[in-house]
Design a binder for this molecule. Structure first.
Ligand SMILES: Nc1nc2c(ncn2[C@@H]2O[C@H](COP(=O)(O)OP(=O)(O)OP(=O)(O)O)[C@@H](O)[C@H]2O)c(=O)[nH]1
Length: 303
């Protein structure tokens, strides 16, 4: 019997570094929704890649950025918690932007938060620069932190992604798979569906609220006629937000539901019946139970 391996890989980087694009490339499906809107992702499982006998579970974090408001600080804390709990961390930087202030501040935080978790530097978007520039940048960034490895990739074109995947598959710890093989196919669909709805909410609502809401696919039922019934709950952090998400006479949630359903139909290529409910869940960021359901453990909360 061959030995199985499995582990969590946290993707960190400035907004737009290409985390979602890389995930899509590695997982081989449109698991993570690529959007031009910044900071749309929060710590959670974003995709599972099976590579030979390894199961690599990618955890995406919100754009780790410098906190300005209180909410941002708790988001950043959660993001770093997700990163430190992972088996490996990938720091994505953009080749053409180089070592930006934002990237530098993430590297500074890595010193405080990464602990013993190995961090690999992933220089993305190499299709946008010349080779000399790349070597110089790699050297410059490597002087700032003891990265376990450096990869130069183009997430969009797939360059270098195979080597990165080989490395991840070899580096995750030996052990049983975290998700049964037959669930791996199903789990992303539920996550994709939740992500689609969250994206529609983000596009429709004011700036502040989207970071304080989360969407979960509660139930997924396969119908005899080939369609799927999808029940989702939109959790908001404050009672006052419920009304905003619902909108006047339920207008907002209805429009979000229609847009999300249309995208799900297109994505899955079959009919979908989508049911959305809005519930209040205060302090959801601290709810470790929810996070552990997603494969993350936020027990001590001050990682
Ligand atoms: N030229 C080039 N563009 C890329 C590459 N990878 C990603 N992009 C583009 O960069 C933009 C941002 O990519 P995303 O994958 O959404 O970035 P992200 O880090 O997930 O962003 P957030 O979720 O907002 O933090 C998109 O327009 C991608 O098409 C690459 O290798 N080369």
């Amino acid at each position: 019997m061959t030995e199985t391996r499995a582990g969590f890989v946290a993707l960190i980087g400035e907004p737009n570094a290409g985390k979602s694009t890389l995930l899509n490339q590695m997982v081989g499906a449109k698991v993570s929704i690529v959007t031009h809107k910044v900071q749309t992702t929060r710590a959670r499982i974003r995709g599972i890649a099976m590579h030979e006998d390894s199961q690599v579970v990618f955890v995406d974090t919100p754009g780790i950025f410098r906190p300005r408001r209180r909410l941002d600080r708790s988001m950043v804390k959660a993001a770093w918690g997700g990163a430190a709990d992972a088996d490996l961390i990938l720091l994505l930087i953009e080749a053409h932007r180089g070592l930006t202030d934002g990237a530098q501040s993430i590297i500074d935080s890595l010193r405080d938060h990464a602990g013993k978790t190995p961090v690999a530097l992933v220089i993305n978007k190499i299709d946008r620069v010349k080779a000399e520039q790349l070597l110089e940048l790699s050297q410059q960034v490597n002087e700032t932190f003891p990265f376990a490895r450096t990869f130069m990739i183009s997430a969009e074109k797939g360059y270098g992604c195979g080597d990165l995947m080989d490395w991840l598959a070899a580096e995750v710890p030996a052990g049983p798979w975290l998700y049964p093989e037959d669930q791996v196919a199903d789990l992303p669909m539920r996550m994709i569906a939740a992500e689609i709805t969250r994206e529609k909410l983000t596009l429709r609502l004011h700036e502040e609220i989207p970071y304080q809401l989360t969407v979960e696919t509660e139930a997924w039922e396969e119908k005899k006629d080939g369609s799927a019934r999808v029940d989702q709950i939109v959790y908001v952090a404050r009672p006052g937000h419920k009304g905003i998400v619902l909108g006047k006479g339920g207008e907002t949630i209805k429009a979000v539901g229609q847009a999300a359903r249309a995208e799900m139909v297109e994505f899955m290529g079959r009919n979908v019946h989508l049911f959305l409910q809005v519930k209040v869940r205060e302090n959801w960021l601290e709810e470790s139970e929810r996070y552990s359901e997603m494969g993350l453990d936020f027990r001590d909360g001050d990682a």
